[in-house]
Unconditional design. Structure first.
Length: 197
């Protein structure tokens, strides 16, 4: 079994004043660097899903995949599946660039949960909330995903549910805190510093 990873970094960061979230500093380190550090030990190979000029991501020395049909996170997942399949990957795990505290055992827990899904897909859940950008996507789903996007069906959870994705339950809901606003960034800085929330 070969599990590849994709960092979904295609968001426009509208609520952050149009800032490229991948470059946003948290504790003096870009969010993208933090996410790479956390996911890299858990996967065989890693890629970044991002639109725009890929040169800005050159320092990270990872392949950068643009969306063929930009329709949100699932477009990035499809690009990653198309990249991973010819290299012998079994599945791709997606993570979001604006969620830097996700669990260090994300991939093993998704794999365990996926054993209970007919399609082999799994999605993270914590604190009663599902986090669909944190998911395990078997490469076997790429044809169905391409067809769904061609029909304009781009909701991540709708696609996951149609393929009976299992839920991988995590106990710490703060692990999936994401950074969408300046207030979120301030809260993340406090979390990083160990300040009680």
């Amino acid at each position: 079994m070969r599990i590849f990873g994709v960092i979904l970094a295609g968001g426009t960061g509208r609520r952050m004043g149009g800032t490229d979230k991948a470059a946003l500093l948290l504790g003096a380190q870009p969010l993208l660097a933090r996410v790479i550090e956390r996911i890299r030990p858990q996967v065989d190979r890693l890629v970044i899903s991002a639109n725009g000029d890929p040169a800005r991501l050159a320092p990270y020395r990872l392949p950068v995949l643009p969306d063929a049909l930009p329709q949100g996170p699932l477009s990035g997942v499809l690009a990653a599946l198309d990249w991973a399949a010819p290299q012998g990957a079994t599945a791709v795990v997606s993570v979001a660039v604006d969620t830097p505290f996700f669990p260090g055992d994300l991939v093993p827990q998704l794999l365990l949960a996926a054993e209970h899904s007919p399609s082999g897909a799994a999605v993270a859940e914590a604190g009663g909330r599902v986090h669909p950008t944190f998911a395990l996507w078997p490469v076997a789903l790429r044809r169905d995903l391409r067809a769904a996007l061609a029909r304009g069906e781009a909701k991540v959870m709708a696609f996951a549910q149609r393929h009976q994705a299992a839920l991988a339950r995590f106990s710490d809901d703060r692990a999936f805190v994401n950074i969408n606003t300046p207030e979120d960034l301030a809260a993340a800085e406090a979390l990083l510093a160990g300040v009680p929330q």
